[in-house]
Design a protein around this ligand. Sequence first.
Ligand SMILES: C[S@@+](CC[C@H](N)C(=O)[O-])C[C@H]1O[C@@H](n2cnc3c(N)ncnc32)[C@H](O)[C@@H]1O
Length: 426
Amino acid sequence: MNAADSAPNAALVARQAALTLLQAALGRRGGLDEALSAGRYLSLSPQDRGFARAVVMATLRRLGPIDRALDARLKREPPPPARDLLRLGLAQAFWLDTPAFAAVDTTVSLAPKPLRGLVNAVLRAILREGPPAESPELLAPPWLLARWRAAFGEGEALAVAARIAVEPATDLTLRDPADAAMAEAVEAEALGEGSLRLVRRGDVATWPGYDEGRWWVQDRAAALPARLLHVRPGETALDLCAAPGGKTLQLAAAGAVVTALDQSAGRLRRVTAALARTGLSAETHAVDAGAWPDAREFDAVLLDAPCTSTGTFRRHPDVLWNARPGDIPALAQVQARLLSSAAARVKAGGRLVYSVCSLEPEEGEAQVRGFLAAHPGFALDMVEAGEAGSPAASLAGEGWLRILPHHAEGGLDGFFIARLRRAKAQ
Ligand SMILES: C[S@@+](CC[C@H](N)C(=O)[O-])C[C@H]1O[C@@H](n2cnc3c(N)ncnc32)[C@H](O)[C@@H]1O
């Protein structure tokens, strides 16, 4: 991790990159992903890229406790980029194996001259105190924690928040769930139903089986919506919001004749690339799924809708700090419109799975309740206990899944998943 410390300039290059990434991550939704695929970042050495990313992720996972410690020391808000530099300096010294003197020296060197005295003094003072407590109350933005308390109760909300600081493993989905040799080849734990879990880090494209398309990266919770459709070979399946494509790949791998839509042509290219790598096929269209001019109906329809993504904080802690209360009703409107369009594509007797990687009830439970009230031709098709490898703790009395990130050992992404069935023709 300390390759970046070998030469003074190299050390500063990696830290400057970390500052750019952190500013992008906290600037706007999607900013971190964009910065991670920008030429400026990609042109760095693999060591510098790895270090910069690790520092930023460690910072974002403990942003609440770090800011609390800074607020206690700063008499007034210093001009930028002082706070971001201090955040990164503390994260390096407390949670990466950077020696405190190196964290201080490099952080001070990156600060504009007039801020160096302040950065030096604040950093040294907090380093003397030791790492701030990572209590769940501090890890989540207060407004989101208040929402989770209201939705899930005190104990569950704190268990969710506690997961923010925990670095997740990487999960893969096998193209062929019976490919038992793959688990051994990548030194993974087999989670059942074709999901693997690994602690390996680095560029997944260099891992065994990648080039042959024997697996793709997919959280074990994200693998559930497509599995719950139980498509049979030759059935038709429509994936309305397909990119980057993990669920499309699952449907195609199960033998369905798949049509995949996504509004974003750029993101849809990731689906076609993944299909090519895995040797699977699907018809793809870059289109607004709510206005797709095609009259076909399908045996199985999947709507993995755009959402606040608050359930994905284990790998994307920045989502928590960019989400705004107004995003929830705005996205809920989009979801309701797409759910109505999805319903119109389901054959009589066919099934529809609705999923969101959000922890917010307006995007999950409330969507499905509203949908059922407005669509009497559909009924809930209850998920069974443990079905498709779903955690027992996630099955709600209504028969849908409300997956919280602590519901399985080692964690998984937060999701809401409901299966609906259209009545058979009379
Ligand atoms: C949660 S992601 C889907 C993830 C995907 N199902 C997977 O497993 O990889 C939501 C997707 O919806 C797409 N999207 C948003 N609005 C849309 C619309 N009106 N029509 C079609 N796609 C849309 C976004 O571009 C984004 O790729």
